[in-house]
Design a protein around this ligand. Sequence first.
Ligand code: NAD
Length: 356
Amino acid sequence: MLTVSLKDHQYEIIVKKGCLEEAGDFLAKIWQPQRVAIITDDRVAPLYEEKVRQAVTTAGFEVVTHVVPEGEASKSLAEAEKIYAFLAESGFTRSDGVIALGGGVIGDLAAFAASTYMRGIHFIQIPTTLLAQVDSSIGGKTAVNTSNAKNLVGTFSQPDRVLIDTDVLETLEIRRVREGIAEIIKSAAIADLALWHYLENLKDETDLLAHAQYVIIETLKVKQKVVEEDEFDNGNRLILNFGHTIGHAIEKTAGYGVVSHGEGVALGMLAINQHAEKQGLTPAGSTLALKAMIEKFHLPTSTEQWDEVALFEAITHDKKARGNNLKLILLETIGKAKIHTVPIEELKNYLHKEAL
Ligand code: NAD
């Protein structure tokens, strides 16, 4: 169990094999018997909704479920509005609560809806993708996308509890597992050399899943520490973005879904590190080590498809308004990140399409 301690709020993260069945008990420890809405998507619902509903009902809660279509498109104001209507029609008041049961899309959407319905009602996260378990379910950032941009609208709102059941990873597609692994590699690279060495000793994705409990906890500790120091993302929380500036641009230029978020992040980390290493800003050999790690988990390392000009445009498009410099996250060494400010033009050197 981990505890996230913030200025105004403290919550526990339980990482336990099979804990979905204990969801009711975990809820009863923090909430009075009340109405609870499970918000989930249509892929997760047939797999896990009944298990959670039964456990929570048995613990004395009155449970209703709202299912949204799976996929990023559901992270919208339109779906949030449907959730508001569902909660209102079900008679939810500020003393009732929401369970976000699903991946990062459901986590962001349900938490956004909960944090804005009647100016905010309580919610817990039950993340079911590896990415959501190691990253999006903690930290308190909620969001929906608009036609202008991803995550444009959102709140900072922390869950009352996070329940992580590693058993649910058994049904996750392997490409989705790798998405989470990209964030795990990132977390080790920026802040945890011991976790890095642990990952080096794992054989592949299957081996990592066999050690999911340990890996998830250690990865969460990295984010927990950063979030505790910088809850509202005004400073060092930026280090969690290692590989993400270029990664997002790769995702965007390839068309969302063609290159996954995790794949973009893997390529972004490599590109950043490669140029930084050439400049002597990051230790010699670190790119090779990063590449070996990424390859082992079957994430991409090839930049063949890159369009340097389009990537530069994508990154600078919304940055121009904020001045001529860009904050990049580099590795001071493997296991420790640093923020490095560069003139926007210098970014072109990080985007060179050379064989990695
Ligand atoms: P997702 O929620 O779309 O889930 C991916 C797919 O896996 C979906 O089809 C889902 O139905 C399915 N799925 C979920 N759990 C499953 C399971 N156990 N078995 C089988 N299928 C399962 O995507 P994601 O990668 O989890 O999350 C991506 C989202 O997270 C993005 O919108 C991103 O912006 C957000 N995010 C938020 C934060 C944050 O701090 N709030 C951080 C990182 C990412």
